[in-house]
Design a protein around this ligand. Structure first.
Ligand SMILES: Cc1ncc(COP(=O)(O)O)c(C=O)c1O
Length: 402
């Protein structure tokens, strides 16, 4: 494996030539090899006799093994195949006891797939939900509020407030490595250490980070890491992977799948109903987890990521982001300080008084795809982006300023 910097990989994708796609945080384009694996998977079912019993197991095991390698999980069996983040979070919530008066720490404006299951748990247990933002109630910098100098140091304050929100009554901390709206970076190792100190479960939604930046389970030591595949894993929609550690491995799954039971490899003996599950976290797999289209696609996507490596992808994105952020700042847009941002997903707030509609129109005019959130513009580059995309974005930013 080479450690040389990545060059632009646009040829590995089929993006339209006139599109400046800076929106992987919304959805990644499908790499060609991933698309091909999906087509092969679909065609296979023309002849069901070409699908063998072992295929129900070997392909899923390969997906587990590759995801485990990507995030440095020692035992691939502790990886489950899930259909969505909300599914994985529901598995964790179902298996996290919460006593009345205990609290659950979440991020303010966290993605709802990592919120609703916790709201239910809190409601059913008489617990409290703490949604932690960068400011206290009296703070002047609001996420969607007018641009102000308070944006400076926002990431630092936000990280501090998360640590302060955890106490001896915290039962769960459920958050993400970066915020999905603007890429604010959270210091997971510090958060994990504090969660361990207070005995809280740590559940991480890695969807906006894993694949694009190194993630090491053995360094962070969370109880769960849940990742949808259709963004930074470069995979298809409706499949993902989740690590569930020892806190959860004896837990109750959402579905009692037949394939998740011990000995399910022997199709002749399936009605010898089994009390025990397959090893590790396989009990949490979604029903029909051996999806003959989606699993081979996920396998190809993970292979590609392991070849490119999250470290090189991050460096590539960082190089592109440097120029964008410098230009944006010079034009009056507000950006997060370097220590609390990443290269692959970042937001900046518009200069005071700028109409979002104006920025939206300017982006459209230059053929730039990005996401607008409140008063922030979210940019999320990947290895298919190049200097032409950066220039088109900068042109749009200038045009919007006037
Ligand atoms: C942080 C984050 N988590 C999860 C998801 C998707 O969740 P689900 O797989 O439950 O649809 C998104 C989609 O935008 C996201 O940004």
């Amino acid at each position: 494996m080479t450690s040389a910097p990545l060059s632009c990989q646009r040829d590995a994708f089929s993006l339209p030539h006139d599109l400046h796609y800076l929106n992987c945080a919304y959805m990644s384009p499908l790499p060609r090899v991933v698309e091909e694996a999906g087509v092969v998977g679909m065609v296979r079912k023309r002849n069901p006799a070409s699908l063998f019993q072992e295929d129900f197991f070997t392909e899923s095991q390969e997906a587990r093994r590759l995801f485990a390698e990507l995030v440095n999980v020692p035992d691939p069996d502790s990886v489950a195949i899930i259909p969505s983040v909300s599914y994985g979070v529901s598995v964790a919530a179902r298996n996290t006891p919460l006593a009345s008066g205990q609290n659950i720490v979440l991020l303010e404006e966290q993605f709802p797939g990592n919120v609703y299951a916790w709201l239910r748990l809190a409601k059913e247990s008489g617990g409290e939900v703490r949604m932690v933002g960068p400011e206290d109630a009296a703070g002047s910098a609001s996420r969607n509020g007018p641009a102000s100098a308070d944006a400076v140091g926002r990431g630092r304050r936000w990280n501090e407030r998360i640590l302060e929100a955890m106490d001896g009554n915290t039962g769960v901390v459920a958050l993400a490595p970066v915020h999905w709206t603007d890429g604010t970076r959270f210091d997971l190792e510090a958060i994990a250490a504090r969660a361990r100190e207070v005995g809280a479960a740590l559940v991480i939604d890695g969807t906006q980070a894993v694949g694009a930046i190194p993630f090491d389970i053995q360094a962070v030591r969370p109880d769960a890491l849940i990742v949808a595949s259709y963004k930074w894993l470069l995979g298809p929609y409706s499949i993902g992977a989740a690590y569930f550690g020892s806190r959860y491995q004896e837990g109750v799954p959402l579905e009692e799948t037949w394939i998740g039971r011990e000995g399910s490899q022997d199709f002749r003996a399936l009605v010898d109903y089994q009390e025990h599950y397959q090893p590790g976290s396989q009990r949490f797999d979604v029903g029909e987890r051996s999806n003959f289209i989606l699993v081979p696609m996920l396998v190809e996507a993970l292979r590609l990521l392991l070849e490119w490596t999250p470290r090189r992808i991050q460096e590539y994105a960082k190089d592109l982001s440097r120029e964008i952020l410098a230009e944006a700042e010079a034009l009056g847009y507000q950006v997060e300080e370097e220590a609390f941002r990443v290269g692959h997903i970042f937001g900046f707030r518009t200069p005071k008084g700028m109409e979002m509609a104006r920025l939206s129109e300017a982006l459209r005019g230059e053929g730039v795809s990005a996401s607008l959130r409140g008063s922030a513009l979210r940019i999320s580059p990947h290895v298919y982006n190049d200097q032409a995309d950066v220039e088109a974005l900068i042109k749009a930013l200038k045009a919007a300023v006037g």
